[in-house]
Write a protein that binds this ligand. Structure first.
Ligand SMILES: [Zn+2]
Length: 247
C-alpha cells in the first residue's frame, strides 16, 4: 500500500498529503503524516465481533475518552453490527424505562408498555435524524462523513440516550402528580401548563447534550478519515471501500 496516496488527507486538518514523505509532518498543522495512516482505523472490536466485552468496551471508551475511539473507528465495512448496537441500546433503555415507570410512577402494564414503545422508537428515530443532519452538514463543509459513517457514529453514540432517558423520565415522573409545577408556582407565582411543557423541553434538551457532544466529537475525528485503498496507486472514494465484512 502506498502511503500517502492521492486520496490521503491529514486527519487533523484535511490537507492533501499526496507526494509527501510518510516520515514527515503535515505542512499545514504539523501532525505526523503517519498518524493519518488508515492502518490506525481498526476499531472498535464490536465492528468485528459483537459481544458483551466489545459492548462494554464502547461504553468505557465513550465515557473516558471518545476522541481516540472515533479516531480509530473503521470507516469501511458494513453497518450491520453498529445497527445491532443501536437496537440493543434502544431495547436496554426501553427495559429501564418500563421498570422505572412500573416501580415509581406505577401505571398499568398497558400504558407502561406504550410509553416504553415510544421511548424505544424515539431513540432510533432521533438517532437517524441526527445522522441525516450530520451528512447534510458534512456535505456543505466538504467533509468526508458519508451517510454510512454518520449512521455508524450515531449508532455507537446511542448509548448516550440512556442517561438522557433517565433524566427525562425522572423529570416526567417527578411531575406526574404536578409536584414540579406546584414548586415552580410557589417560586415564581405565574406557572401555567405552557411553562410546564417548556421546562420539560428544556430538561430534554439538556439531557440530550451528551449525545450531541459525542456525535460532534465523532464527526470531528472522521471528517478527513482515510479509508484503506482497495489497490495501491489508486484513489478510492471512501464510500466505495468495503472489503471483507459486507456479505
Ligand atoms: Zn494537518
Amino acid at each position: 500500500m502506498t502511503f500517502p496516496n492521492p486520496d490521503t488527507r491529514c486527519e487533523d486538518c484535511g490537507y492533501v498529503l499526496q507526494g509527501l514523505s510518510a516520515e514527515g509532518g503535515c505542512p499545514e498543522c504539523g501532525l505526523a503524516i503517519r498518524a493519518s495512516s488508515p492502518e490506525h482505523r481498526t476499531g472498535p472490536l464490536w465492528q468485528e465481533r459483537p459481544g458483551p466485552r466489545a459492548g462494554l468496551d464502547i461504553l468505557v471508551s465513550l465515557i473516558r475518552n471518545p476522541k481516540p475511539f472515533f479516531r480509530t473507528m473503521r470507516v469501511d465495512g458494513s453497518n450491520v453490527y453498529p445497527r445491532l448496537f443501536l437496537l440493543l441500546t434502544a431495547m436496554g433503555i426501553g427495559v429501564g424505562w418500563y421498570i422505572g415507570a412500573r416501580w415509581v410512577y406505577r401505571p398499568g402494564p398497558g400504558p407502561a408498555l406504550i410509553q416504553t414503545g415510544i421511548v424505544v422508537l424515539s431513540v432510533v428515530v432521533l438517532s437517524y435524524i441526527e445522522a441525516v443532519g450530520v451528512v447534510y452538514f458534512s456535505r456543505r463543509r466538504g467533509w468526508r462523513v458519508t451517510y454510512r459513517m454518520a449512521e455508524r457514529i450515531v449508532c455507537y453514540c446511542s448509548i448516550a440516550w440512556a442517561p438522557a432517558a433517565g433524566v427525562i423520565g425522572g423529570a416526567l415522573m417527578l411531575n406526574a402528580d404536578g409536584g414540579i409545577d406546584r414548586a415552580m408556582k410557589s417560586l415564581i407565582g405565574v406557572w401555567g401548563a405552557w411553562q410546564s411543557i417548556e421546562l420539560m423541553v428544556l430538561i430534554g434538551a439538556v439531557a440530550m447534550l451528551w449525545f450531541e457532544i459525542l456525535v460532534w466529537i465523532g464527526v470531528r475525528q472522521t471528517r478527513h478519515a482515510n479509508a484503506h485503498p482497495r489497490a495501491p496507486h489508486k484513489a478510492v472514494r471512501v464510500e466505495k471501500t468495503s472489503p471483507g465484512v459486507e456479505t
